[in-house]
Design a protein around this ligand. Structure first.
Ligand SMILES: *Cc1c(COP(=O)(O)O)cnc(C)c1O
Length: 337
């Protein structure tokens, strides 16, 4: 049996996600572009985090947890998915969300609105506190244990070795789709491109792409920080994943690309916003400004530079993020009207 099958899993995502060819976008970018629609793993809880949460929540339930603690930016897709999954499973959820001013009211839109609907407790934290988020959550968990509660802590993005294994499973799902002729031919993709924010998706995709032979290369597009930072983080998570699931490849190829990240996490240039608007109008593919918009923009730049060959067979993993787009409506006045 495949070792990833012996991992306990709570089925949360609608799988397999569709694999679709996008001819109009292919023509625009100058490659043979396919999209794996992990933006539709579910309803309001949708996105890449659901594949990680299937494994993380199984561990939480096995440990008898009653409260899940996690963290992210104020409009974190991961925090929102966790909050909704906790509501579904009857667990309490505490979200440590990074904000500029912890005393200002939270923006009641996008992911924050969904967090509130899910009944999650939101603890706003400063950028400074966010730097020691792991210690902060560990301390909160200690306090809860002393009160007789059973906390389970999930790191930023659901990114650790266990969460990453959700994307090893995704690559096996992709193998079956290639074998079934759903990508035109059985031939692997030249490269898989996706947004990278905490490294778990990249770690799982790189391990799984090599394990199942679905792509020759993996190009995580950093949306913050830099190449060296993510290379380290991804390698650490791959090591953790291998420890949990022996038999995974030891040095799967991947190249972090930070050319598309723009000014800062969650901040876009006018050119990035115009690109996102053009893509939606030309192809009906809706991207978000924080992750997927920057990742596909990064692919366009990589093709222009020649780092991805013109005509290459490319799989873009659409990781979701729609609530973040809706929460950023006011940044789009110029481009979208
Ligand atoms: C979290 C997220 C990512 C990044 O995935 P990581 O595993 O955290 O690197 C990409 N896209 C969207 C929409 C996300 O919410």
């Amino acid at each position: 049996m495949d070792p990833v099958d012996s991992l306990p899993r709570v089925p949360l995502a609608h799988l397999p996600t569709p694999l679709v060819h996008v001819p109009r976008l292919s023509a625009r970018l100058g490659c043979e572009l396919w999209i794996k629609r992990d933006d539709v793993t579910g309803g309001a809880e949708s996105g890449n985090k659901l594949r990680k949460l299937e494994l993380l929540m199984a561990e939480a339930l096995a440990e008898g947890c009653d409260t899940v603690l996690t963290t992210g930016g104020v409009q974190s897709n991961h925090a929102r998915a966790t909050a909704l999954v906790c509501a579904r499973l009857g667990l309490s959820c505490v979200l440590f969300l990074r904000v500029d001013d912890p005393f200002a009211p939270l923006p009641f839109s996008g992911n924050v609105l969904l967090d509130a609907l899910a009944g999650a407790t939101i603890r706003p934290i400063t950028r400074e506190q966010y730097r020691s988020r792991d210690e902060l959550m560990a301390a909160a968990a200690r306090t809860m244990r002393a009160e007789g509660r059973r906390p389970y802590v999930i790191p930023e993005g659901g990114s650790n070795g266990l969460g990453a294994l959700g994307y090893v499973r995704a690559m096996r799902e992709l193998r079956a789709q290639l074998d079934g002729g759903l990508a035109g031919e059985r031939r692997p993709f030249d490269v898989i491109v996706h947004a990278c924010g905490s490294g778990g998706t990249a770690a799982g995709v790189a391990l799984g792409a090599a394990r199942y032979g679905v792509a020759h290369a993996v190009r995580p597009m950093a949306v913050c920080d830099d190449e060296a930072y993510f290379t380290r983080r991804i390698e650490a998570q791959m090591a953790e994943a291998r420890a949990r699931c022996p038999g995974l490849p030891t040095a799967p190829p991947f190249v972090v690309d930070a050319h598309g990240k723009g000014p800062a996490y969650g901040v876009t240039t006018a050119e990035q916003r115009a690109f996102l608007v053009d893509v939606a109008r030309e192809s009906g593919v809706v991207l978000d400004p924080v992750y997927t918009g920057k990742a596909l923009y990064g692919l366009a730049l990589a093709i222009r530079r020649g780092d991805v060959a013109v005509g290459a067979r490319v799989l873009f993993l659409h990781t979701g993020g729609l609530p973040g787009l809706l929460a950023a409506a006011d940044t789009f006045t110029e481009e979208a009207r």
